[in-house]
Design a protein around this ligand. Structure first.
Ligand SMILES: Nc1ncnc2c1ncn2[C@@H]1O[C@H](COP(=O)(O)OP(=O)(O)O)[C@@H](O)[C@H]1O
Ligand SMILES: [Mg+2]
Length: 138
């Protein structure tokens, strides 16, 4: 378990970039944290660290965004508006089982049954104005 204190959105993005650079293909990253905790900032860094050039946005209204990168695809899921695990699984099981790429799930804690046991778990918590605590379990 790794604890990082972030005092600026850019520091949260940088923490994501550091992790993204260390991940191997096939990894699922499960992100937990309330609205505004910084999950999307973290994912932006993660995609960049993994080697992507496209800027990650929030897929809140689409369930799934895919970023093509030279290291393989990054699948970015946001389960905020998802209603059931079955609905998510039906729409994304090809991506969730993709061994060549990286899967990043925002609001993963809403459907723990979708998170593989070997996932990398990241939790973001607002601890003050501009301040976030990020824990990473790999
Ligand atoms: N240290 C910090 N890290 C990340 N975001 C921060 C931080 N301090 C303030 N913020 C603000 O919190 C919000 C985080 O947004 P976002 O990354 O979209 O969160 P989420 O995806 O968890 O809803 C942004 O408005 C950002 O400017
Ligand atoms: Mg978000």
């Amino acid at each position: 378990m790794n604890l990082i204190v972030s005092n600026h959105p850019d520091e949260t993005t940088a923490a994501g970039r550091d992790l993204g650079a260390r991940l191997v293909p096939g990894t699922v990253v499960a992100l937990a944290g309330d609205l505004g905790a910084g999950k999307t900032h973290f994912v932006r860094g993660l995609v960049a660290g993994w080697g992507g050039t496209e800027a990650a946005t929030s897929p809140t209204f689409t369930l799934l965004h895919e970023y093509a990168t030279p290291r393989g695809p990054v699948f970015h899921l946001d389960l905020y508006r998802a209603k059931t695990a079955a609905e998510v699984w039906d729409a994304t099981h090809d991506e969730l089982s993709e061994a060549a790429g990286l899967v990043v799930i925002e609001w993963a804690d809403r459907f723990p049954e979708l998170v593989p046991p070997n996932a990398c778990r990241v939790s973001l918590t607002a601890t003050g104005q501009g301040r976030r605590e990020i824990t990473i379990e790999q």
